[in-house]
Design a protein around this ligand. Sequence first.
Ligand SMILES: Cc1cc2nc3c(=O)[nH]c(=O)nc-3n(C[C@H](O)[C@H](O)[C@H](O)COP(=O)(O)O)c2cc1C
Length: 198
Amino acid sequence: MTESAGAAARPQAGAARWALSSSADPDTVRTALRRAISGVTVVTTEHEGRPWGLTVSAFTPVCIEPPTVLVCVNSHTVTGVAIGAGGRFAANLLSQDQLYLAQRCSRAGSPKYLDDDVVAHAELPAKVAAPVLRDSLVTFDCEVTEARPVGSHLVVFGAVRTVLAPTARPPLLFGDGRYHHCVDFDEMPALAGVLAMA
Ligand SMILES: Cc1cc2nc3c(=O)[nH]c(=O)nc-3n(C[C@H](O)[C@H](O)[C@H](O)COP(=O)(O)O)c2cc1C
């Protein structure tokens, strides 16, 4: 991994003050999880013979050898059912240009067909099985190796079969209930104060 920012200064330690301090009841956990900032991923599968997608924040690289990622999807969604039955999915990590896809694929109960947003089969390597979204940061075409139910969700492990990445572009982020874009510390003179000179 390459790092470009200079060494960061350690803020002065003060007494701990909690905005949240309670047992892990669902409302508290939900509120706390708003602070988990993540990238945004659309998990694509086929539904009724057409490309279909679901927006998730729960995408995690697991290991490089064997190449494995995981996603967590609600078992009752079309995508949850399709992954269990079909055994293939793609994790499309979204760029800023794809905010509209994140919004469309997270609208509860609405159709999430993506016919106009995927790369044509003819433009893909022959072995790619799942729908690939145009303009993504990267797409991991995966074969399901394990789908483990945990409460309302399926934790789905995918063996990565193909990696497709176009020219690099800025990522889309999500946290605190809102979409964000990424600003590099090096590009923000106003943040220079938190960096000690290297
Ligand atoms: C930024 C964002 C992240 C989300 N992350 C997840 C997730 O990790 N897993 C999941 O099952 N749903 C997640 N959702 C919710 C689904 O996208 C949403 O419930 C979707 O509408 C369900 O589709 P349905 O119409 O099939 O019910 C997320 C939504 C947003 C906006």
